[in-house]
Ligand binder design. Structure first.
Ligand SMILES: Nc1ncnc2c1ncn2[C@@H]1O[C@H](COP(=O)(O)OP(=O)(O)OP(=O)(O)O)[C@@H](O)[C@H]1O
Ligand code: SF4
Ligand SMILES: [Mg+2]
Length: 329
């Protein structure tokens, strides 16, 4: 019997074959998203956040390859679907919005044409019908864009960044997807617009009962909007818990470092302040990939990979301080 989770990512492994060697980008990633849950993924640059999102959408391209794992979405392993069936999932069930909204819009088609095409695919109605037009007008109104009629006649380059992101959100939500994946959707926007876009996403997902996977560098955003948090380091998930638990009682040394690096929750700071450098994933550190930077590292840490364990209800961590029951400081 399938569990009630909307999405279960299990043991996901992704590599990129480059001239430097094989980049082991995802090293057995595991996490779940519940129905109507807002999950934030956080971690330093290069830790695998975007690769995780693109894997779920099955948009990993050469030289990248998903070499192992399962992505169970609503009871189906997406990695086993044909490309045709996966296209249907992308057209209707899972929507993704990106950091650069304008890149995701087709520059030569008017905004209205693109939105009507999306609604036509999602609802199986003719693109040129009155019904399609009305649905598009309604959604533009819902995402707070004034003058929907005028906007539909514009080309993407005529929109500001904030407007383009609202159009992308509208396009995503037209599908009434079960899952919305947002990969740093606000980081290219100024702070006021960021807040507006985040509040918009939060409002709309509760209205449309959509689950969200939200990727960000910004712990303030995570604290404010997420139900649960997934902390990633160098291609692994290292800690998962509800947002309150992660901020009150982080247990993984990396998570502790991240939180210490931010003086106050709510303050917007990049997360690049933990001592040491992000590892090269062509030659990742053995055992726990964090061990060269970890002040708590023990002998076992460079030898064995730490499996994920539950330290308290719904709070998971991958660290030898917990796998062996030896509380070492
Ligand atoms: N096309 C590619 N070719 C080679 N390596 C890649 C490619 N795409 C991603 N990688 C590698 O995969 C790893 C994970 O990258 P990813 O883009 O998922 O990081 P990220 O967490 O999204 O970082 P950021 O916060 O900077 O967006 C990195 O080591 C990156 O160099
Ligand atoms: S497994 Fe070892 S090196 Fe890794 S985080 Fe835990 S204590 Fe540090
Ligand atoms: Mg990224």
């Amino acid at each position: 019997m399938e569990d009630s989770k909307l999405l279960s990512v299990r043991n996901l492994r992704v590599i990129f074959r480059t001239y430097r060697g094989i980049v082991k980008a995802l090293n057995g990633v595991n996490f779940e998203i519940g129905r109507e849950e807002f999950v934030g993924i956080v971690g330093e640059t290069g830790c695998g956040k975007s690769v995780t999102a693109l894997s779920i959408m099955r948009l990993i391209q050469q030289p990248g390859e998903i070499i192992d794992g399962e992505i169970i979405f609503d009871g189906t392993d997406l990695l086993k679907l044909s490309e045709d069936d996966m296209r249907k999932v992308r057209g209707k069930e899972i929507a993704m919005i990106f950091q650069e909204p304008k890149v995701s819009l087709n520059p030569v088609l008017k905004v209205g044409t693109q939105l009507k095409e999306a609604v036509s695919i999602a609802d199986g109605i003719p693109q040129k019908s009155r019904e399609a037009e009305e649905k598009v007008m309604d959604i533009l109104d819902a995402v707070g864009l004034p003058d929907p009629k005028g906007l539909m006649n514009k080309y993407p380059h005529e929109l500001s960044g904030g407007m383009a992101q609202r159009v992308m959100i509208a396009m995503g939500l037209l599908k009434k997807p079960k899952l919305l994946i947002a990969d740093e959707p606000t980081s290219a926007l100024d702070v006021t617009i960021q807040a507006q876009i985040l509040n918009l996403i939060k409002d709309l997902v509760s209205k449309f009962r959509t689950s969200v996977l939200f990727i960000t560098h910004d712990l303030g955003v995570v604290a404010e909007y997420s139900d649960r948090v997934v902390i990633m380091y160098a291609g692994n998930v290292v800690e998962i818990g509800d947002v309150y638990t992660i901020f009150r009682n982080p247990v993984h040394p990396y998570t502790k470092g991240l939180l210490n690096a931010v003086p106050r929750i709510g303050q917007r700071e990049p997360l690049e302040t933990i001592p040491g450098i992000v590892p090269d994933l062509v030659h990742p550190p053995s055992g726990c990939r964090f061990h060269p930077r970890c002040s708590k590292a023990m002998e076992v840490c460079s030898k064995e990979f730490p499996e994920m364990v539950e330290v308290e209800k719904d709070h998971f961590v991958a660290c030898h301080l917990f796998t062996r029951g030896e509380k070492n400081g």
